[in-house]
Design a protein around this ligand. Structure first.
Ligand code: ADP
Length: 200
């Protein structure tokens, strides 16, 4: 059984994944895989360089992610092209990785993905778990973690799927507005449910 774990910036996805991990649940992060498919030597990186030229690489020959972000942020057609180039490869690699994890000793596995709904990865999972916090808490945690100001945090929040929309697509919601020990308890409760589902 694969559970998809998503949520907005600084909602607590990584923290929740780590807590599931402590209970013996294995997971893969779609962000890590997205980085892997554009690593040096990968066909997607070659396609990107063919399209935008060498200036899209930094001095070490790695993808300059912020330069690429600038291009696609300003241009819908380029964003589509980039997604068409990377998404199938991300998906293929995720499928392989998830299959590998399922062979290991894990009661079920997690696909952690900030873009679970937007990328179509939701159809790879049995249930969709959304980590949810009120926007003021989200802003505060994003600002503290990423050393950004309120305007920057607001801009990122504004570019993401609206909270209500995300919640409407969820099978399960993990509210992360309390302290860490409250979150630990909530994860344990969910883990119990997921183990029962996976076992039946
Ligand atoms: P995401 O992976 O969704 O971007 P993180 O798990 O990195 O979010 O959490 C964002 C920040 O908020 C991190 O600095 C994390 O330590 C902190 N955080 C997460 N959950 C809580 C909580 N319940 N109480 C206090 N801080 C938290």
């Amino acid at each position: 059984m694969i559970i998809g774990l998503t949520g907005g910036i600084a909602s607590g996805k990584s923290t929740v994944a780590r807590l599931f991990g402590e209970l013996g649940v294995r997971w893969v992060d779609a962000d890590d895989i997205a980085r892997e498919v554009v690593a040096p030597g990968e066909p997607a990186l070659k396609a990107i360089v063919d399209r935008y030229g060498d200036t899209i690489l930094n001095r070490e020959g790695r993808l300059d992610r912020s330069a690429l972000r600038d291009i696609v942020f300003a241009n819908e057609k380029e964003r589509r092209w980039l997604e068409a180039t990377t998404h199938p490869r991300i998906r293929e690699r995720l499928t392989t990785r998830l299959a590998l994890l399922q062979q290991q000793d894990s009661p079920y596995v997690l696909l952690v993905s900030p873009l679970l709904f937007e990328s179509g990865q939701a159809d790879m999972v049995k249930r969709k778990l959304v980590v949810d916090v009120a926007e003021d808490v989200q802003m505060e945690r994003a600002m503290a973690r990423d050393k950004i100001d309120a305007d920057q945090a607001k801009a990122i929040l504004g570019s993401q799927m609206p909270r209500e929309k995300r919640l409407s697509l969820a099978d399960d919601v993990l509210v992360n507005e309390g302290d860490l020990s409250a979150l630990v308890d909530a994860v344990k409760a969910l883990d119990g449910r997921y183990r029962a589902m996976a076992g039946s």
